[in-house]
Write a protein that binds this ligand. Sequence first.
Ligand SMILES: Nc1ncnc2c1ncn2[C@@H]1O[C@H](COP(=O)(O)OP(=O)(O)OP(=O)(O)O)[C@@H](O)[C@H]1O
Ligand SMILES: CC(C)(CO)[C@@H](O)C(=O)NCCC(=O)O
Length: 434
Amino acid sequence: MDHLAHVSNLRSSQSQTQISHLALDIGGSLIKLVYFCRYDDSCRDDGDELRSQNDSLCSKSDNNQPVLEGRLHFAKFETSKINDCLDFLRSMKLCLGGLFSTVKVISGSRYISSSFGLFTSSHDGTAPPSDKIFIKATGGGAYKFADLFKEKLGVSLDKEDEMECLVTGANFLLKAVHQEAFTYLDGQKEFVQIDPNDLYPYLLVNIGSGVSMIKVDGDGKFERVSGTSLGGGTFWGLGRLLTKCKNFDELLELSHQGNNRIVDMLVGDIYGGTDYAKIGLSSTTIASSFGKAISDSKELEDYQPEDVSRSLLRMISNNIGQISYLNALRFGLKRIFFAGFFIRGHAYTMDTISVAVNFWSKGEAKAMFLRHEGFLGALGAFMSYEKQCLDGLMVHKMQQKFPISASSAGDNIYCSLSSNSDENGSIECTVYGT
Ligand SMILES: Nc1ncnc2c1ncn2[C@@H]1O[C@H](COP(=O)(O)OP(=O)(O)OP(=O)(O)O)[C@@H](O)[C@H]1O
Ligand SMILES: CC(C)(CO)[C@@H](O)C(=O)NCCC(=O)O
């Protein structure tokens, strides 16, 4: 999985990077991590040396704010393998030295942030005891695994609301990150230019294990208007049982080669090969997902796993596309952003969702996708450090490194993908402390 690459990346580049901020989204299927690595020339094990080094790292902006320059990185783990995640976090400590000791970025006498543990409830800048180290975390696992994190790593999870984090993450990406949103239709990917001043309202559809549909009206202004339990967990769970695939990507890959018409009952199968034009259904429209499996005297082993996988993927994607459209219609929303790791940047998934939205809305509504699709919640949790206001001393801001347009000025959270962003989608940015 990706995290292995991250571990080796981190190891090979430990002399360049130092992790200073981290947030988690612990979902039903996957754990997502967002962490900020400062650019740095050297990295030493000794806490005091790190501290003085941090002093020098913590340069000042024009208006005397402490500035940390670096990149946001992303990683994910299967929730069922949470120990791998804990090992990864531990290995960061080993690689980078003293991350669990509360290395601080000091500005004058003010305590701006601690490294990795990120913040403590200490107001006076003195070294906080480890039982006061917090990591921002969201998702159900922030509750479920709180004791485990405490026991294994000695850190507390500071819980942030999952829906709020999804919305914060989406707003941040859509407003601040260049070439984040795109449409996908007929194999064509097209980036969408988002005007940050004309973003709302929109429907956010997060397809994780289950699916949440959220009407977003502004920063922190949202309502979860619908959801469905037929989501990514359904695709992966049923797919695993039906195809014996060993991992999600294998199942997805398999769907690529399959033909759903072997498994699905089409309008043409019912209407003797003709369209049902009067109600707008062509002969190739799926009349009943998996419908052929009832009429055939075939058993599961008589079907090709790739056909089953393709049919399943279409069933789930179509259904989500249709429910999303109905909710967009309900509230008069024209833009629907789809996120969550079910999508996985997979062409056929995106195409199916886009076709469903296009078909049901008669071309009125548009399905859009996000490059950092699976990390909205973790980003939202990360951004919540910003609102952490301990005596008003610990507010962090993300500052855009390369301004996208003059019109985006005036908002205080900026960031952009640098032109040479790596394949993991890391984001170059600057964290400001005020
Ligand atoms: N490597 C993988 N292992 C398992 N599932 C994966 C993988 N990659 C993509 N997926 C898909 O992504 C889904 C999980 O997406 P995501 O991480 O956004 O949700 P979650 O936070 O785990 O779920 P929820 O928000 O419902 O708790 C899985 O159900 C599966 O369909
Ligand atoms: C329960 C959550 C919010 C956990 O992330 C998600 O899996 C979900 O939205 N499930 C769908 C539940 C429903 O609305 O039917």
